[in-house]
Design a protein around this ligand. Sequence first.
Ligand code: ADP
Ligand code: MG
Length: 324
Amino acid sequence: MAALTEFELIARFFRRPCRSAVLGVGDDAALLQPAAGCEIAVSVDMLVAGRHFFADVDPESLGHKTLAVNLSDMAAMGATPRWALLAGALPQARPEWLAAFAQGFFALADAHGVELVGGDTTRGPLTLCVTIIGEVPHGRALKRSGAKPGDAIWVSGPLGDAALALAHHSRDIELSSAELASCERALQRPNARVALGERLRGVASAAIDLSDGLTGDLAHVMEESRVGARLRLAAIPRSAAMEPRLRGSYREAALQCLLAGGDDYELCFTVPPERSAEVEALGRELGLEMACIGTVSEGSTLTIDDETGHRLERVPRAFDHFAE
Ligand code: ADP
Ligand code: MG
């Protein structure tokens, strides 16, 4: 098959009929009309081969995850995602790879009513960068800065499975093949909690999505809100793969995954304590394994009580791309 040109590639895999945009792919810029009474929420996330994913990962899953991590940022703001731009550097233009990538990307985009309105395509080391644009009613976005002492801290689902999959590959933890399959799924096909984020407008005092690990991401909320936090280890939701490894010789590695592993893409949010019943009802309605994992405190420290009520001596730290 003859090699694809840049414009053939865009036309074949990424240009689709324009729906909600005024003008989509094909001109020098897209034209968008936000709904009346809404603010624009915009965010960008980059995925680099060898850093955020294995270069040989299944392209359909990669297409899904490339968009999912951006939808998750919209969810964390309580915004409704509407449009996306996709910038990609590709080592080569392989039609089978592109078709599978586009399938994963557009299946998730369609499920959320998100329209791809532009991008940029170049040859280079495999890197994918999505800009996502959403809408949120004026003044109602969920920010990191609103948590108050006494608020309950919630997470939207089990944590640490994506990190468990990576720990298995680096031989820090050994999983059965069934456990590995479910942890791989968490790693490669995260669910962005968009519906939850929308419903938390006016309910949550602060929110963040867990991309770099619970302790580090919660620390961002603490810093922006000028508060501390106290967590109960036993309350943190975990999978059947995680649970047994928190006991015995794998405990340290499992704690690292649960508390500081990245790529969970659950929401962590704070809610005034009198609204707990509302949050529980929301969890049941949306079918999420939500859990209250602790309380916002005065001060600036993060403490974690272990299963016996003693303070964990070492709080696992979240991933930092530039930490030595
Ligand atoms: P320009 O020369 O103005 O940068 P390009 O030739 O790079 O434009 O792109 C042509 C059109 O295709 C533009 O509308 C651009 O937004 C769109 N486009 C380029 N790459 C992608 C992509 N990977 N996904 C979606 N749209 C893309
Ligand atoms: Mg361009």
